[in-house]
Design a protein around this ligand. Structure first.
Ligand code: GAL
Length: 635
């Protein structure tokens, strides 16, 4: 497939007489897509019912005439002032009960029916006007669901919605009381209307209550998005896309993705290194101008699954951003490397954010491909280089990996609801496994817990809080090797401890009889190398012991094909688990130098140097921020 480049553009920010020159320069830089419109509601409908689409018509003409394909965003992430005045209770409310009001963006609660009706109206207007316009080659719904912690809302609208959701799920208050265990502390309800949202309680709320609220919250995002996709589909055949984010777990992206054609995400590697990775000072120092070598790749692999194979980068960092604690400049070459890395993981399109740096408002310190004075910023030349390279590289397709890693959003909620040890974080656990797979030079498919496993040789399912019998059976029948745990299958869907005790894997006599969490300073050595920390389980049963602490206490048990891991492995232990499993299966691994990462497509091996110094790969030098592609036949 031919890869393409694009850019995010805000015609409403610039005088109309520079649009044509902007468009021509975009084409000259090798861009073929332009995303517009996603924050423009106050210009599209300045007051209720006063629709002003003529300027957008002209922008579409100018961009389309230049040969650019347009992604039109629905503007629902930024309701204008008149909408919020009309619906003064439409704002989200945080856990402390504070209203998150007007003056920035994403100032709405997903559950507010009045706001939803306003969204339907503006989306319908756009769909009617542009749905059959061939220049609109894709649609983006809203912008970054979940950004600025706006998914979970404790508003009145959310409360009513949650009560309805509970009534539908449980059918009777008795059934809900039983499912949640409300006899404990006399928390029983006589009517669904008595149920409060789980915040501002004296001490912790019932975890089953919180988990139900988290499921409801996620469903509200799905419904909000679906309200738009239903309208757009009725009027347009162009693909529907949403732009997701890095390490956002508050809603189930697989559920939202089911209503869309393409998943995209917004990749800001250096911002993420600073504020989303719990990175040590040394790690930040090593990757300050590059970003973490695995964080982008993880999300590429995740969103490939969310998009059912079709995924994009909708926003790619082009230079310093404005929102991280510190905002350094990328190493020369990184704006090119990040794009190639996305392509190697199967991205169809990479769009840079944004065309020209805005000299006004919140993001005036955020780089674009152009400076505020329209002179090229350093990112533009790198973008143009990728544009030229796309023309020369043979078309590459995405290969199915041999190794899969299950990622499950409800598990992220579950361990937030009940961490049991304060640093037990689901994303961190899964990502530690992913990193080990990448250090071993493996290409990985991140998959949902509903995915079919055919074709995979090695599957990991860490931290998956509830596991259906169907999933257990699929894992147990894999023709390969499966590592389940730690803490997997340890709850029912309703957040109770299952009996028989976990993990209850088919054909394996292993019982987790007790668990303990450990502070970061406590690492327990494992025989043969490595250690466990954060989390350790007492494993009983007759299954063979595959790994044990120095004290003899079992850490991993199982048979040739299905294994249960009862602790959170250190880096060294993950490396052992991965390489030993691959050795058994005959999957080739190689220990990569820190900063070097590889990814195989169906025809090529891509090599990326995330470090700040030249590194060797199989006799070839890869410069800092360098990218190599080697035909697989030559590796
Ligand atoms: C994204 C967002 C953009 C812009 C960008 C800045 O989160 O979608 O609108 O704010 O960040 O890095």
């Amino acid at each position: 497939m031919k890869r393409t480049l694009g850019v995010c553009y805000y015609p409403e920010h610039w005088p109309e007489d520079i649009w044509a020159e902007d468009a021509a320069r975009m084409v000259e830089a090798g861009l073929s897509w332009v995303r517009i419109g996603e924050f423009a509601w106050s210009r599209l409908e300045p007051s209720e019912g006063d629709y002003q689409f003529e300027w957008l018509d002209r922008a579409i003409s100018v961009l389309g005439d230049a040969g650019l394909k347009i992604i039109l965003g629905t503007p629902t992430a930024t309701p204008p002032r008149w909408v919020t005045k009309k619906h003064p209770d439409m704002y989200a409310v945080d856990a402390e009960g504070r209203v998150l009001g007007f003056g920035s963006r994403r100032h709405y609660c997903f559950s507010h029916q009045g706001y939803l009706a306003e969204c339907r109206k503006i989306v319908l207007k756009l769909a009617e006007r542009y749905g059959s316009d061939q220049r609109i080659a894709a649609w983006q719904t809203d912008n970054e669901y979940g950004c600025h912690d706006t998914t979970i809302s404790f508003s009145e609208a959310a409360k009513t919605g949650f009560q309805d959701w509970c009534a539908q799920r449980y059918q009777s208050p008795d059934a809900l009381n039983r499912a949640w265990g409300n006899v404990f502390w006399s928390m029983e309800y006589a009517d669904f209307s008595e149920i409060e949202l789980p915040h501002l309680t004296v001490t912790e709320a019932n975890p089953a209550h919180v988990m139900a609220f988290r499921r409801f919250t996620s469903d509200q995002v799905v419904l909000f998005n679906r309200a738009q996709t239903d309208i757009l589909r009725a009027h347009s055949a162009a693909p529907l896309i949403h732009n997701y984010m890095g390490r956002v777990t508050e809603f189930d992206h697989f559920d939202v993705g089911a209503d869309l054609d393409i998943a995209s995400w917004d990749s800001y590697p250096m911002g993420f290194l600073m504020d989303r990775l719990d990175a040590t000072h040394d790690h930040i120092a090593a990757y300050l101008q590059q970003g973490d070598p695995d964080f982008q790749a993880f999300h590429h692999d995740l969103y490939r699954a969310v998009g059912k194979g079709r995924w994009w980068i909708m926003e790619q960092q082009p230079g310093p951003v404005n929102w991280a604690p510190w905002n350094p400049s990328p190493l020369p070459g990184m704006a090119r490397l990040w794009a190639w890395e996305a392509f190697a993981h199967g991205a169809e399109t990479v769009c840079y954010f944004r065309w020209r740096q805005a000299p006004f408002a919140q993001e005036q310190m955020h780089a674009g491909l152009l400076r505020p004075d329209s002179v090229a910023a350093p990112g533009l030349a790198e973008c143009a280089q990728v544009g030229r390279e796309i023309e020369t590289l043979p078309e590459v397709g995405t290969a199915k990996a041999k190794v899969a890693l299950i990622y499950d959003y409800p598990s992220a909620w579950a361990w937030e609801v009940q961490p049991q040890g304060q640093d037990f974080d689901y994303f961190r656990l899964v990502f530690s496994c992913y990193r080990a797979l990448r250090r071993a030079g493996l290409s990985v498919d991140v998959i949902s817990s509903d995915a079919q496993l055919d074709g995979y040789k090695l599957v990991f399912a860490p931290g998956q809080f509830a596991m259906s019998d169907a999933l257990k059976a699929r894992l147990a029948s894999l023709d390969g090797l499966v590592v389940v745990g730690p803490r997997s299958a340890s709850k029912t869907d309703e957040f109770t401890i299952p009996v028989p005790l976990p993990p209850a894997l088919p054909g394996l006599d292993i019982t987790v009889s007790r668990v303990e969490s450990l502070p970061p300073s406590a690492g327990l050595d494992v025989q043969g190398g490595g250690s466990v920390g954060h989390w350790l389980e007492d494993l009983e049963g007759s299954a063979p012991v595959l790994l044990a602490l120095e004290t003899g206490k079992p850490v991993m048990m199982g048979d040739g094909a299905l294994r249960y891991l009862g602790g959170w492995p250190s880096t060294t232990l993950w490396d052992r688990i991965v390489t030993e499993a691959c050795d058994e299966l005959g999957i080739a691994t190689e220990r990569l130098t820190a900063g070097l990462r590889i990814r195989d497509t169906d025809t090529h091996r891509f090599v990326f140097n995330y470090s700040a110094m030249p590194l060797e790969y199989h006799g070839q030098t890869v410069e800092p921020a360098g990218v190599l592609w080697i035909a697989l036949s030559e590796t």
